[in-house]
Design a protein around this ligand. Structure first.
Ligand code: BYC
Ligand code: FE
Ligand code: FE
Length: 472
């Protein structure tokens, strides 16, 4: 079951050829997808040959194959993680019952909504990153971008498969809508705000893959707990790919920090813009921006939607099965922030209602790990500067903090104070223009742009000066 059949028009490990109706429906969607890729996917890239990884097996070992591939010829397909025999629903009102192989009718609308929201982010990210290829800092990085783009395309396939296979006609309509909404479109934007923000420079790309793909890790992990088994299985496999996206972000920001340290030491100043480097204050602004917009992706602190998803057994907590409690959360409490007397305070509310907040906190802890590592690099280099994650109240658009202004330490401030200081906290037009001025493409084999360190090692045992992308 784990092997992927590549002899089919749509590669898959779900025995697609046994269900002719489904196969025909997906084969009808395929040209629309390719058309979307052509129009909204990576710009000017259709003739490039790229050293890409393709999934051949969903088991932990030996599941990938590497080859020089043109992206329009990439074999997007449908891969579910292995089925766990006798799997039981792990939480909520149905805890202990057999998992569902079909959509439970009473939860159909909620499940569809979760799948659509998840699915919508995947093509959104490809659209957001569309023009980055023009300014890559190296061929190695260009390859990483394209690898991520094709995998996000496949994540869309994963959700579209669920919609087609389990939701009949309205599932097919949702699948079409996935290609009609576009990131940043005035009339038909993507569903979640952070997926409508353009990602036009590589510092933003590395922040995106560090912070925003990490939202993917946490949301997919929660959906992997689902009692709807096909969703769980597809998310489990998507998570193996997500790890690489976060590696690109983590190592990318790390390489920026590394290069900045070198320039600071060489020139004995923190003010390294004049030497073509990204100064740490600018890096901090990019972090402030990306982290804060990603916190919004977790929804409101108190959410009856989230409580319902949990009770219904559709979406769990992060690593639900490792948590030592009754997995029903009756009578349990959790701390959420509130605003009282112009201060952020914490109060205890029902654990069910605060599922979103708990996931956001898990996410924050995970984000902090990279910050700690980069700070260690700075300390070790003897540089008197530390970066940090802004307070959760800073620059928010969803939930408790949406209507207030706060500084990066979480002190509530007036609108006029915000206006006075905002340029110190998030990227200004001038900051963006500066970073964009550094974005000159480096296409020579083995060379890297001056604002970022070269990668520590290559891909799949290849050297860093391997020709990862060939232009034709
Ligand atoms: N923007 O009850 P609440 C990834 C709406 S990333 C705009 O708190 P809920 C990837 C909400 O819809 C992972 N609107 O909402 C990464 C609701 O509307 P209604 C993506 C928002 O449902 C990189 C209202 O506010 N996966 O894979 O508990 C590259 C009340 O809110 C936002 C998922 O998100 C927002 N940020 O929580 C590629 C998983 N937040 O009901 C890919 C699936 C809330 O008033 N989605 N609203 O009309 C979910 O689990 C939930 O829908 C959310 C929201 C966690 C997003
Ligand atoms: Fe994804
Ligand atoms: Fe991703």
């Amino acid at each position: 079951m784990t092997k992927v059949d590549y002899s089919q028009t749509i590669p898959n490990n779900v025995n697609l050829s046994d269900d002719r109706r489904l196969q025909r429906a997906l084969e009808a969607w395929q040209p629309a997808f390719l058309n979307w890729w052509d129009e909204m996917g990576p710009a000017e890239s259709s003739n490039y040959e790229i050293f890409l990884r393709t999934a051949i097996d969903v088991s932990a070992k030996g599941w990938a194959h590497f080859d020089m591939v043109k992206m329009p010829e990439y074999r997007w397909g449908i891969f579910l993680g292995d089925k766990e025999e006798n799997r039981k629903i792990g939480f909520g009102a149905h805890k202990g019952e057999d998992v569902w192989q079909e959509v439970p009718g009473e939860y159909r609308a909620e499940l569809r909504r979760l799948i659509v929201t998840q699915g919508d982010t995947e093509p959104a990210s490809v659209e957001q990153q569309r023009i980055l290829g023009r300014t890559c800092p190296s061929l190695y990085d260009l390859r990483s971008l394209f690898q991520i783009n094709v995998e996000e395309g496949r994540h869309l396939w994963a959700m579209v498969y669920l919609l087609h296979a389990y939701f009949g006609r309205d599932g097919r309509e949702e699948a079409e809508e996935m290609l009609m909404r576009h990131s940043g479109d005035e009339d038909k934007p993507r569903i979640l705000e952070a997926f409508n923000v353009p990602t036009t420079d590589w510092l933003s790309f590395f922040m995106f893959t560090y912070f925003q793909d990490r939202d993917g890790k946490f949301q997919l992990s929660s959906l992997a707990e689902s009692g709807f088994d096909p969703l769980s299985r597809t998310c489990n496999f998507m998570l193996t790919e997500e790890a690489h996206h976060m590696f690109v972000g983590d190592s990318g920001v790390g390489r920026v920090v590394q290069r900045s340290i070198e320039l600071i030491k060489e020139n004995d100043t923190l003010d390294i813009r004049q030497f073509g480097g990204i100064d740490l204050a600018t890096l901090q602004k990019w972090i402030n921006f990306h982290f804060s917009i990603c916190l919004d992706l977790f929804g409101q602190e108190k959410s009856t939607n989230a409580a319902n998803f949990y009770n219904m057994g559709l979406k769990g907590r992060f690593q639900e099965m490792k948590i030592d409690d009754d997995h029903k959360l009756d009578g349990e409490v959790y701390r959420v922030p509130e605003i009282r007397d112009n201060k952020v305070i914490f109060s205890e509310v029902g654990a069910l209602t605060s599922i979103n907040e708990r996931l956001r906190n898990d996410y924050r802890d995970d984000c902090q790990k990279g910050i700690d590592r980069w700070n260690k690099m700075l300390t070790k280099a003897g540089i008197d500067f530390q970066i940090k994650l802004p307070h959760s109240a800073f620059h928010r658009n969803i939930g408790t903090f949406a209507d207030i202004n706060a500084d990066i330490n979480g002190n509530l401030i007036s609108k006029s104070e915000w206006d006075k200081n905002v340029d110190n906290w998030i990227p200004t037009a001038a900051d963006r223009a500066f970073v964009e001025s550094l974005m000159v493409p480096v296409l020579e084999v083995g060379k890297t742009a001056g604002w970022i360190s070269p990668p520590a090692r290559g891909i799949q045992g290849m050297d860093t000066d391997f020709e990862y992308v060939k232009f034709h």
